[in-house]
Structures are given as C-alpha cells and as structure tokens.
Design a protein around this ligand. Structure first.
Ligand code: SF4
Length: 369
C-alpha cells in the first residue's frame, strides 16, 4: 500500500483509490456512518474496511476524492478543520471509555485532536500514533504507539514507545505533554513505536455504568460494505465505536434488546478463532490469493470455535497482522497457501502444510483445533 493515505491523499490500489478516515478514539455518530456508506456507494465500490487503529478505509474510489464526496464527509463532521492535519489524527482509545468504570479519556481525545490541528508539527510521520488508556478492560495501550498515557491512581503514566516512565502526569497536562513528546521525537528523527502489554479483544454485551449494554459485534476479516454500515447506523442508539480488533461496538443498547440487535446486524458475538486477512489479490497488486474471500469462508466455518488468530497473508509483507499468529496462511504464486504455526510472514520458516486451498484449509484447521 502507498504510504499512509488520508482524505486528501489517496492510496492507489488495484481496486482504485483508497481513502482513510481517521476517527480519533474510534467514535462515529449514526449520521457519520450513513455519510461514509453514501460516499462508499456513490463514489467508491461500496467496500469499507476497518483498520487495526480503529479507523475506516473507503475503497474503489477515483484517484482523488471528488469535491462532492469531501463535502459530504465534511457536512457530517468527518473532515478536520485544519485539512493539513488530516493524517496526523492518529489517536486510539478504549472503545468503552466513558461507559465503564475506568477513567473517561473521551475529553482528552477531543482535546488532543484539536491541539494536533493547530500544533506546528511539520514533518511528523503520518504513522505517528498516540494512545490514551483509561485503564479499561481492552488494555488499549497494547496497540502500537509512539506516545501513550496510561491511567494510574494519581493521573497518567507516560509511555514512550511502550516503555512506561516514572512520570505521573495530571489529566490537565496530558495534551501539552503529548505535543512536547511528539516534538522531541520529531527533532530526534528517531521513532521507536512499541506497546504496553497486549490488547485484550472482546465481543458481545458488556454492562455499562448506566445499566445499558455496549454490544461488540465482529466484522469478519475487517471488511464491511455500505449496506452493513447503513444497517448498523439504523441499530445505533448512541453512535458507534470501532475497535482495533475489527469489531463494531454499539453503546447504549437496552439489555433486553441485545439478542434482537445481534440478529438484525447479521454479525456475530462469538468469541473464537479470529481470522484476519489483508486486501489480497482483489485489492493489492502484490496479493497472490483472494485473502478476504477465503478469510470470510474460514470465519464462517469457525465462528465461535477454536482460539487464537488465523492470519491470511497475500504476500510476505503481512500487512494485516504484523505480529505472530497462531496459524499463518501465507499465499503462494499459485493462489494457494502454505500453513505455518506460531509464525509471522517475514520469518515464516518451514510450513506445516503446503499448497492448500480454502476448503482444505478449513479441514486442516478443524483437525488442528
Ligand atoms: S500483505 Fe502483501 S498482498 Fe496483502 S495487502 Fe500487504 S502488500 Fe498487499
């Protein structure tokens, strides 16, 4: 993929232009979800992917996003006031923030987003990432970040690339400190992103403080389409929140409505084998197999069973899952896959099964689980 697309700089992919919508804290209103669906349908190929930083990507667009499409997103509040800062708004937070008993970092997300738009950070990489972890169950500081803040009883501890410092920072000082650390890293010319522990993905209903339920639904292989987005917008009570593990959270659902909402969504809450797949041969020039379609078949076959991550990689770059997966299916030039255990694409080593197609892969994994 071309380097870090945004709204005004599209990546040119095999299936057309790709625009990334940065959603600080992963939050969207139902109105915004409908706007994304409309843009995807009218100007794109209708496909919208979730990213592992809780953003959205609209696929199959022209080489640049038409003015009318930008205007549609802008009217929904999805375009930053300072357009030059579009690709710097990489702020991840716990999807349950403000709903559970952990520290609500929502106001800090908004303040940092506003500050990034007025700060002089020329030259900062569009990959530069901030994380704000209120101490909730998702352990969101486990996502790759440059600068993070992790709630502690006295305030927040600073994480520089996953290394926690002894400094305790008051909430009121978090935004200034975030910008200061970004400037220092920019000046040094050396980024060392890292993680604090591991993110803890979850699905299904989670009780909120107010008695309602936050319902996390799995989006198979992180691929949605305009119809699914419209359906989710219609089910939303209090907007949507995206997660880095390709789930959509619907906050504010009455407990007695959970089963009906799950059924109407067409998505699953089953916690089991997690299937991740990159754009594959339909979306990427380097793709050797249709990883998204094969991944969907796999997810349908294994929903709620097994454990761990199955990573279908279209080539050795392994964009969808940089870490080790319990099962790695690495595509080959004949469109089939070599299967590896506990492996990452760049260093996969010897395969446990070679040249398997999707049906054989399902059989192999069923035997292995
Ligand atoms: S892993 Fe390879 S095929 Fe898949 S999106 Fe990345 S570069 Fe393309």
């Amino acid at each position: 993929m071309a380097d870090c697309p945004g709204i005004f700089l599209l990546a040119q992919m095999k299936d057309g232009g790709l625009a990334r919508l940065r959603l600080p804290g992963g939050r969207l209103s139902a109105v915004q979800v409908r706007a994304v669906a409309e843009v995807a349908r009218r100007w794109g190929n209708g496909v919208v992917d979730l990213t592992n930083r809780a953003n959205l990507q609209i696929r199959g667009l022209p080489a640049t996003l038409p003015d009318a499409a930008v205007a549609r997103l802008d009217a929904a509040g999805l375009v930053p006031a300072m357009r030059g800062a579009d690709r710097l708004r990489n702020i991840t937070a716990d999807p349950l923030s403000g709903l559970d008993d952990a520290v609500d970092v929502g106001p800090l997300v908004a303040a940092l987003d506003a500050a990034l738009q007025s700060a002089d950070l020329d030259g900062l990489s569009p990959k530069f990432a901030f994380v704000l972890d209120g101490g909730g169950r998702s352990r969101i500081a486990g996502i790759l970040h440059d600068v993070g803040f992790v709630a502690c009883p006295e305030g927040f501890r600073l994480s520089l690339g996953g290394t926690l410092s002894g400094d305790v920072i008051a909430a009121a000082d978090v935004v200034d400190r975030a910008l200061a650390e970004a400037r220092a890293i920019l000046a040094s010319g050396i980024r060392r992103p890292g993680r604090v522990g591991r993110v803890d993905p979850w699905l299904g209903p989670v009780p909120q403080r107010d008695g309602a339920v936050a319902l996390a639904l799995d989006v198979p292989v992180a691929r949605a389409d305009a119809d699914l987005l419209d359906r989710l917008a219609g089910l939303a009570v209090d907007g949507l929140r995206l997660t880095p593990w390709s789930a959509v959270v619907l906050p504010g659902i009455p407990a007695e409505r959970v089963a009906a909402v799950v059924a109407a969504s067409g998505l699953s809450t089953a916690v089991g084998q997690r299937v991740v797949a990159c754009a594959g041969s339909t979306g990427c020039e380097r793709g050797l197999a249709d990883t998204k379609a094969d991944g969907r078949r796999l997810a349908a076959a294994f929903g709620g069973r097994g454990a761990g991550t199955v990573h279908l990689a279209g080539c050795a770059k392994g964009c969808a899952h940089p870490g080790v997966a319990e099962i790695l299916a690495l595509a080959r030039s004949d469109g089939r896959y070599d299967l590896h255990r506990q492996a990452r694409p760049a260093t996969a080593g010897t395969a446990w099964a070679e040249g398997v197609g999707p049906s054989e892969m399902i059989e192999q994994l069923a035997r292995a689980s």
